[in-house]
Design a protein around this ligand. Sequence first.
Ligand SMILES: [Zn+2]
Length: 222
Amino acid sequence: MKAIRTLPTLATVVAVGVGAAAPAAAAPGLEVPPVSPQAAAAGFVDVRTVVPDAVIDLRYATANNFVGVPLYPADARCLVHNSMAPGLAKAADDLRAQGDVLVFWDCYRPHDVQVRMFDAVPNPAWVAKPGPYARSHEAGRSVDVTIAERGRLVDMGTDFDDFSARAQAYATDGVSAVAQANRERLRAAMGAGGLAVYSGEWWHFDGPGAGVQRPILDVPVD
Ligand SMILES: [Zn+2]
C-alpha cells in the first residue's frame, strides 16, 4: 500500500471466537489514504471512508482463516464498490444507535484468492466456485461482517467460515436464542441499508447487483 501516512496497525487477533475481544477500530480523525488507481477505476472505496468507526479484521490477511495461511498482504484493506456505500453507512448508523459497530471480516476479494480458496475447499455450498467472471466479493459487492458491542464480538453462534449447518443464517439447531437474536439484529441493520443476507452464511451480505457477472478485475487488495 502506498500510504500517504501510516495508519496504526490493528491488533492481530489470534483467535476470534464467540465473545472474543474485537480489534480496536482505527482512531477517529485519521485520514484514510486514497485507494490505488486500479481500485479507483473499479469504483472501489475504502470502507473506512464510509463507516469511520468500522473495525477492520480481514481474516484472510492473517493465518486465522480456513486455509490456514495469509491470502492477502498484511496491509490489505477493506475495499467495496461504491454502490454498497450508502447501505453500509445506513447499517452502521442503525447499529451505532444501539452502541454497536460493524466488524468487517472480508470485502473485495481478488480472483486469484478465490481460486486458492476453492482449491482448499472445493465445495460450492461453502466457497464460491471461481468462474470466468467476477461477482459477489470478487466484484467488491459483498461483505462478510459481524457486530462488536463495547469492544467484544457478540455471540453469533459460530465463528467466521464455520462450514457447518449452524452457520446458515436462519439455523436454529445448535444455535442459542441469543445468537439467533443477534443474527436477526445484524440482518435488520444491514437490511435497512438494502443489503441482503446469504441464507447459507449468517455473516455474508450482498449489495445491489452482487449476483451480476462482470469482467474479472485486476485490482490489488492493498
Ligand atoms: Zn462472503
